[in-house]
Structures are given as structure tokens and as C-alpha cells.
Design a protein around this ligand. Structure first.
Ligand code: ADP
Ligand code: ADP
Length: 226
């Protein structure tokens, strides 16, 4: 069974702009799907609809065979990692990672177990008491991922998660993300402008233009030399 299906998904913004037109995709369990395409082609809009942060104008979004269109973001088995980290500045690393679980009323000892496990996976164990301003860019990005990982979601959405990092850190984090994907056995949908990221991480690449899916293929087929 597909882990996630997008069937004839459309998005028309309130101003009448059609940002996504008839998007169709079946994503299998544990796939690493890459969205590429020029700025403004609808990549973020599609991710936000999957996350439930943006209303779907038409079509059906399913996880397994369950229709998700009207399910609250917090009740979707989906976590999103943003480009700008979106950490709470006044909270420690621990509390940043625990926040989403507290919101869902997970018991405290269970929260503690999950936060510490995520911290171990992301090598954040020694930083749990720090505030975000006392972290490097790469550490902050790992905390942002930690916030997603603690929930152990079935699907991760990542919107250019490495674009604010310097070149060296990007390479390190790309390797990290690949390991995380394998360790967690999760499905990932990942937006990037970076062809190396697309080629090395992706199981399939979705090419978008003007709100329309142009092509879906493996990195090998898409980027092979003619
Ligand atoms: P991408 O992530 O590929 O850069 P987006 O999904 O952010 O593209 O945006 C797709 C298109 O929708 C863009 O033309 C953008 O300006 C437009 N758009 C995004 N958000 C809104 C909004 N709230 N209202 C109207 N148009 C929007
Ligand atoms: P990104 O480059 O990460 O896709 P944008 O800078 O396009 O983000 O958009 C930032 C925010 O502005 C988003 O929340 C998006 O919904 C909103 N936005 C983008 N384009 C428009 C638009 N044409 N009208 C209204 N809101 C927009």
C-alpha cells in the first residue's frame, strides 16, 4: 500500500492564483521523494497542504487508505522541518524537542524517553540545556529535525532544510539526513534546489513547473548524460 497518495490535488489561493494543478503521486513506504523546480512553482504549497498548514482546494490526500484532507495538522502522522528552523528562542533544546509531544498530552516519562532517543540519534545529548542562541547553525538545524523525529512520524516533510547552512555543513548534514532516513525507516519528501542533494538522497524526483508536475523519475534516469 502506498504510504501517501496525492490524487488530483489542486490549490487555488484566495486571490484566485492557481499554485498547484492536478498533482498526482503515489509514494511508497520509506521512499525519499525530492521536489525540484523553479522558485514559485508550487513546491512549498504542496508540502504545506500535505502537512495540513494550507487548505486543499481540490482532490484527495491519503495516508494509507485514510483520507487526510480535513485532519488537523497535529493529528496527521506527518512532521515538517522548516528552512528557518522555527525554534522557540526562550526554550531549551530539550523543551523545543518536547513541545510537540506536550501539546499532544504524551505522558512525561514517555516524552523524556523520546527526546533523549532523538538527541542520541542527532548527537545533541550534550546540548539539551542550551537555548537556541547558544547553538551553531548546524546544531539548530539538528534541533529542528529533533523536533520532528521525537514524534516518530510516518512521513517527514523538509523544505530546503539545508539552504541556510554553509557548504561544509551542508555536506555533513546531507550525510546525516541519509542516515536518519535509513535509521528511522520513514518516508521523506524533500524540497531542494541542489542537484547533488537530489541525486544522492532521492529515490524519486518530482519535477514541477508552474504548479504542474512535469516529470517523476529516478535520479539515475533524470540526470543521466545523453
Ligand atoms: P515554491 O515553493 O516552489 O517556491 P510556493 O509554493 O511557495 O512555490 O508558491 C507557489 C506560487 O503560489 C507562487 O507564485 C507564490 O507567489 C504563490 N503563493 C504562495 N502563497 C500564496 C498566497 N498565500 N497567496 C497567493 N499566492 C501565493
Ligand atoms: P519560499 O520562498 O520559502 O517559498 P515565499 O517567500 O514565497 O517562501 O513565501 C513566504 C510566505 O509568503 C509564505 O507564507 C507564502 O504563503 C506567502 N506568499 C508568497 N507569495 C504570496 C503571494 N503572492 N500572496 C500572498 N502571500 C504570499
Amino acid at each position: 500500500m502506498a504510504s501517501l497518495s496525492l490524487e488530483h490535488i489542486n490549490k487555488t489561493y484566495p486571490n484566485g492564483f492557481e499554485a498547484v494543478k492536478d498533482f498526482n503521486l503515489e509514494i511508497e513506504d520509506k521512499e525519499f521523494i525530492i521536489f525540484v523546480g523553479p522558485s514559485g512553482c508550487g513546491k512549498s504549497t504542496t508540502l504545506r497542504m500535505i502537512a495540513g498548514l494550507e487548505e486543499i482546494s481540490g482532490g484527495t490526500l491519503k495516508i494509507g487508505d485514510k483520507v487526510m484532507n480535513d485532519v488537523e495538522p497535529k493529528d496527521r502522522d506527518i512532521a515538517m522541518v522548516f528552512q528557518n528552523y522555527a525554534l522557540y528562542p526562550h526554550m531549551t533544546v530539550y523543551d523545543n524537542m518536547a513541545f510537540g509531544l506536550k501539546l499532544r498530552k504524551v505522558p512525561k516519562d514517555q516524552i523524556d524517553k523520546q527526546v533523549r532517543e532523538a538527541a542520541r540519534i542527532l548527537d545533541l545529548e550534550k546540548l539539551l540545556d542550551r537555548k537556541p542562541k547558544a547553538l551553531s547553525g548546524g546544531q539548530r538545524q539538528r534541533v529542528a529535525m529533533g523536533r520532528a523525529i521525537v514524534r516518530n512520524p510516518k512521513v517527514f516533510l523538509m523544505d530546503e532544510p539545508l539552504s541556510n547552512l554553509d557548504a561544509k555543513l551542508r555536506v555533513q548534514m546531507r550525510i546525516e539526513i541519509s542516515k536518519i532516513h535509513q535509521r528511522l525507516g520513514a518516508t521523506i519528501i524533500y524540497v531542494t534546489h541542489d542537484q547533488t542533494e537530489a541525486m544522492t538522497l532521492g529515490t524519486r524526483i518530482v519535477v514541477m513547473k508552474d504548479g504542474v508536475v512535469q516529470q517523476v523519475d529516478t535520479p539515475q534516469n533524470l540526470y543521466q548524460k545523453p
